[in-house]
Design a protein around this ligand. Structure first.
Ligand SMILES: [Zn+2]
Length: 152
């Protein structure tokens, strides 16, 4: 079953590949979360009341075999029975509302430390501003971690 193999190769937690499309230079994997429940961000109770899907969106991931790679995901909307809050599921491998997986963001950051933003932009075929934005976001995050992790 090829999708099962792709799920193994993808190596993202609690995510399943249900189909894929390829073109000359891109790979698009259709993915869906495997959990039946999601945690309500308000009251932290699990909710199994899946009531809607967002329109599918493309999330850039690390390139696969030299092809640009995207995950196609329909965000899941749940309704919390405890506090009546409707919410979109948060996923651990992507920053909320980002168009890139976290590992892709980290990859961009690593490249930017050794190359100019212009170089990285060309290499990844990603807009200059997008690269710059990702770099700044990661730098900020790391700075925060670094500060909280050291005692002086
Ligand atoms: Zn709730």
């Amino acid at each position: 079953m090829p999708e099962q193999n792709l799920t193994d190769l993808l190596k993202l937690p609690n995510l399943e590949v249900v189909g894929y499309e390829t073109t000359e230079d891109t790979v698009v994997l259709d993915v869906k979360p495997t959990f039946k429940v999601a945690l309500c961000p308000e009251c932290k109770n699990p909710s199994a009341s899946l009531h809607d899907y967002d329109t599918p969106r493309l999330i850039r991931d690390l390139s696969m075999f030299g092809r640009k790679s995207y995950l196609r995901l329909r965000g899941r909307r749940f309704e919390c029975k405890t506090c009546q809050n409707a919410f979109t599921e948060r996923l651990e491998w992507i920053a909320f509302d980002s168009s890139y997986t976290q590992r892709f963001e980290e990859y961009v950051f690593t490249l930017c430390r050794k190359n100019t933003v212009q170089d990285v932009s060309q290499l990844l075929e990603l807009g200059y501003e997008a690269v710059e934005g990702l770099f700044k976001r990661q730098a900020k995050k790391r700075h925060r971690h670094h500060k909280s992790g050291s005692s002086g």
